[in-house]
Design a protein around this ligand. Structure first.
Ligand code: F6R
Length: 257
């Protein structure tokens, strides 16, 4: 796991966009894994700017979303499919039909989750997965006590996650109780992962993710076993890291750089 501490969310957005642009230039038909939520928004804005001003094209890519609320009507503005469309897809040239998302409205959830996994496999798997992290250590909607090998499934959100996400709704009661999420085992199959965490509220989860014991209590810790994960944090989200100075030292003294 590489840990990169940068001064601001804008610096993180540029560094993560550099990596994505690099991968897409090597492989135009890259399969992108997209997170919603506020953490990746500066990255999506930076990619959109490069598309608009510098000719970055994502036209041959495909995308898979991590998760979706259950119980929201398909046209609800906070349904993740609509959020990602508004905040990213509509600003770049990824064809809408190349964007896949778990269904939050399927009658047969088990079959829909299995079909989603199959679609990911058929696409060749995710090349680069963008992740945020919840204050309780979730990635996608794998809440504490999720199996570290879990697959795409229906899950129940914690009180903390619903409270954290209430800012996107008119009230806490409106935040769905359930979601469909890629599992931890599913996410672990991505070839490369970029996790973005900013702000003080993420400091404890980030310290656990990077330096804590691997535990279902902090689901993101499973990423310690991933071969190619970069954790981008700003000063605030990185504030509780014990080996902060060492990560900066590693970053500035890369072999061959
Ligand atoms: C969203 C997702 C979640 C968020 C996490 C952090 O698709 O998978 O795990 O990444 O809840 O959300 P923000 O970025 O809004 O703090």
């Amino acid at each position: 796991m590489d840990v990169v501490v940068l001064p601001t969310p804008a610096d993180i957005a540029r560094a993560a966009a550099d990596r994505i642009a690099d991968i897409v230039s090597q492989r135009p038909d890259t399969v992108l894994g997209l997170a919603t939520g506020s953490s990746p928004l500066p990255l999506y804005q930076e990619l959109a700017r490069r598309h608009r001003e510098e000719g970055l094209s994502l036209a041959q890519t495909q995308a898979f979303l991590l998760d979706e609320y259950v119980g929201l009507p398909a046209d609800h503005p906070e349904a993740y499919r609509n959020v990602i469309d508004r905040e990213f897809i509509s600003l770049v040239d990824i064809p809408r039909e190349a964007v896949n998302s778990p269904s939050g409205t399927a009658e047969d959830m088990t079959a829909a989750c299995a079909a989603y996994e199959e679609a990911m496999r058929a696409a060749g798997g995710v090349d680069i997965q963008i992740l945020g992290i919840g204050t309780d250590g979730h990635i996608a909607f794998n809440e504490p006590a999720s199996a570290l090998t879990s697959r795409t499934r229906l899950t129940t959100l914690t009180k903390q996650t619903r409270a954290d996400n209430a800012r996107f709704f008119n009230s806490l009661e409106e935040v769905p109780m359930h979601a469909v999420t890629q599992g931890l085992g599913t996410i672990m199959e991505a070839r490369e992962i970029l996790l973005i965490a900013t702000g003080t509220s993420k400091a404890e989860a980030v310290a656990q993710l990077v330096e804590g014991p691997i535990s279902a209590l902090w689901p993101a810790t499973v990423l310690q076993n991933h071969q190619h994960t970069t954790v981008f944090v700003d000063e605030e989200a990185g504030a509780n890291l014990q080996l902060r100075d060492y990560y900066a030292h590693v970053h500035h003294n890369r072999p061959g750089a």
